[in-house]
Design a protein. Structure first.
Length: 129
């Protein structure tokens, strides 16, 4: 009987250790879902990244797949999200920067494809404009 109890205890501990990584994966994390319709503002970090905000202390770093130099002179921006990601801003979506024109077609457009989106815990310093 004592050997059986030891085997059951060992088996129970083995299961607990095996499931521990799954429990850690389910732990709450800061969301990197930037709801497209909730973006209030954006600012430039450098030629390949911006910070978008969705409210007080909710900022996200958006990194582009390449450089987007003309966004420095842009006063307007619109998001072209893929249908599968229309709710959250994500990699593969495009931000179009421009000046003047209409909401669907800016003058001097620059299209910047998103490489990654990540939640910022502390706001970074503003880059060159």
């Amino acid at each position: 009987m004592r050997n059986r109890a030891a085997i059951l205890l060992t088996a129970g501990l083995a299961c607990a250790f095996a499931l521990a990584p799954l429990a850690a994966a389910d732990a709450p994390k800061p969301s990197s879902c930037v709801i497209v319709n909730s973006i209030d503002d954006w600012r430039i970090l450098d030629d390949s990244a911006i910070v978008v905000s969705t409210g007080p202390s909710k900022e996200y770093k958006v990194t582009f797949a390449g450089t987007c130099r003309h966004m420095k002179w842009s006063v307007l921006a619109r998001i072209e999200a893929r249908p599968s990601t229309a709710l959250c801003l994500s990699s593969g979506d495009t931000i179009v920067f421009g000046r003047g024109g209409t909401p669907r077609h800016f003058e001097e457009e620059e299209r910047c494809m998103i490489k990654s989106v990540e939640r910022l815990e502390t706001p970074p310093a503003q880059g060159p404009n």
